[in-house]
Design a protein around this ligand. Structure first.
Ligand code: CTP
Ligand code: MN
Ligand code: MN
Length: 528
């Protein structure tokens, strides 16, 4: 298998002489591979062997993987002064490979030199690509590597493939391998955006940014119906355990892994152990099954109404907006994301404390954690997602209200007045946590639900709305696009143009897309 040697080297295992590198003086032994999703092949035609050798060594010193021979694991074929058709013809003559025999992208040397200059493989842009007359790859437009340049509705036509890639992404996350996590997530996201179902490897020709590993997985699934690597991950005990532990609100990969190494395997074992939980984790574990049951749109609408009512007691003109997955048109979500603002800037300060305090007095809050605003335009820490005043919470929602909600009137009735019956108090916490099925919510009369409340000053509202609508990958790519292609820095507060040295103002999401030179993508098509 072509991938193996590269992976081994990447992990620092003493590099074996790779059988696919037979040419003398050009093996990659001794150089660390930094970008293992990219395999470069330099076409000797018109480049000459000595320049080819020089460029290969240069790339290897910079951590790129350069193949001596054309093979399936090559993702980027680079040539100088050739047309696409000349390269294809040459490859066919030299290697007996026709266009359908590989999925690598044909590139001009500009991609190579720019990537060397940048010290990392750059995203392939149209101008880097060699044109091939009469080929599918150029008659159809290429698919952008940036999610913010793709339209991704909720109609995923490639679920079989995206689910498999999601497992690989999760597993990479559990190994704390950010690079692989992103590569698999991006591959999965691209497939979600396709208007058709991929049925053969050639269907991937328009997607130059797909990594080698993802291509291999897709190929295997298309040919065999499943992928052995994915199957073995699904049966892996560590994967299963980490998946379960990280599904607890407040538990990340590091903590889950620690518990796994301490021998814990199930939630019951965790409950029975004397492990010290944080307040957040304790709440997460106690309400685990409620929180694991999806929030419906009706429930989300109801929560929005409740919060809106509470907010209006203190600030009659404040605006509450449903963001996150529900704004993207999802019918179910893991939580409810609400954005609060006020047209008179400054008025919104502190509203979240008043709202939560008031709701807690009505016994609607099971857990909350405030974060104060820490926004300073000049010194933003890029590590932190945003600096808004916010409250991550767990609401206690009466199930009866949801049932009523489906039967009209609702919106006009007062949802709060009817949610005042006190339910299970703290005394029977453990009991609740043990039975705690979502079905149990019915008998109990209430359901625990995750709610994120975020407060944005009016002048930052458009940026906050864009940032809190997601999806996460869409947001990530918006920022990546802004940074790499526009020399701008985007976050949930602002957009800074470093060439003009100014912050660009915006009152709508449309204006932000326009500042970035992007076609506007509505929320429903941001499900990347
Ligand atoms: N977000 C953020 N900062 C955080 C958490 C989330 O800015 N600390 C933003 C992200 O851009 C994300 C959006 O808020 O896309 C919503 O986050 P989340 O609720 O986690 O995801 P959803 O897309 O709403 O998915 P789900 O339906 O499962 O809730
Ligand atoms: Mn959400
Ligand atoms: Mn959220």
């Amino acid at each position: 298998m072509a991938l193996l040697p590269r992976k081994k080297r990447f992990k620092g295992v003493p590099a074996p002489i790779v059988p696919r590198v037979p040419l003398a003086g050009s093996s990659q032994v001794g150089e660390e591979i930094k970008f293992h999703e990219v395999g470069i092949f330099l076409v000797e035609r018109r480049m000459g062997s000595s320049r080819r050798r020089f460029l290969s060594e240069l790339a290897r010193r910079k951590g790129f993987w350069v193949e001596e021979l054309m093979s399936e694991s090559v993702t980027h074929v680079v040539s100088e002064n050739n047309t696409g058709n000349e390269v294809l013809e040459w490859l066919e003559k030299q290697n007996g490979l026709c266009r359908n025999g590989f999925t690598a992208t044909l590139l001009d040397i500009t991609w190579f030199t720019e990537s060397m200059g940048a010290g990392r493989p750059l995203e392939v842009e149209n101008r880097h690509q060699l044109q091939v007359e009469g080929a599918v790859a150029v008659t159809e437009e290429l698919i952008s590597p940036y999610a913010c340049q793709r339209r991704t509705s909720l109609m995923n036509k490639n679920r079989l493939l995206t689910e498999a890639l999601k497992v690989l992404a999760e597993n990479a996350e559990f190994s704390e391998s950010e690079g692989r996590y992103l590569a698999f997530s991006r591959a999965s996201s691209i497939l979600k955006s396709l208007p058709h179902t991929v049925t053969k490897v050639e269907d991937l020709q328009r997607i130059p940014s797909l990594g080698v590993h993802s291509r291999k997985v897709i190929k295997e699934i298309l040919e065999d119906g499943s992928c052995s690597e994915v199957e073995s991950i699904l049966h892996n005990e560590r994967y299963q355990t980490l998946k379960q532990f990280t599904s607890i609100f407040g538990v990340g990969v590091k903590t889950a892994d620690k518990w796994y190494r301490e021998g814990l395997r199930t939630l019951d074992q965790l409950r029975a152990s004397d492990i010290k939980l944080t307040r957040k984790q304790e709440a997460g574990l106690m309400h685990h099954s409620d929180l694991g049951a999806q929030v419906t749109r009706a429930e989300a609408d109801l929560i929005k109404q409740i919060v809106e009512r509470a907010v209006h007691i203190f600030l009659p003109h404040a605006v509450v907006t449903l963001a996150g997955g529900f704004r993207r048109g999802k019918d179910f979500g893991h939580d409810v994301d609400l954005l609060i603002t006020h047209p008179e800037e400054g008025k919104e300060e502190g509203i979240i404390y008043q709202v939560i305090k008031w709701m807690a007095s009505k016994d609607l809050i099971l857990y909350h954690n405030f974060t104060g605003s820490s926004y300073k335009a000049k010194s933003m820490d890029p590590e932190i997602f945003d600096h808004f005043e916010k409250c991550l919470s767990i609401f206690r929602l009466k199930t009866e209200l949801v049932n009523n909600l489906e039967s009209e009137e609702v919106s006009r009735s007062d949802p709060l007045a009817r949610n005042e019956t006190r339910a299970t108090g703290l005394a029977d916490r453990t009991e609740t946590s043990r039975q705690g099925t979502a079905a149990g919510a019915g008998e109990r009369g209430w359901k625990a639900m995750r709610v994120d409340l975020v407060v944005a000053p009016f002048s930052q509202y458009a940026y906050a709305l864009l940032g809190w609508t997601g999806s996460r990958l869409f947001e990530r790519d918006l920022r990546r696009y802004a940074k790499h292609l526009k020399k701008m820095s985007l976050c949930s507060h602002s957009l800074f143009d470093s060439e003009q040295n100014i912050f660009l103002q915006a009152t709508t999401e449309e204006e932000i897309f326009a500042h970035l030179g992007l076609e506007y993508i509505p929320p429903h098509e941001r499900n990347a």
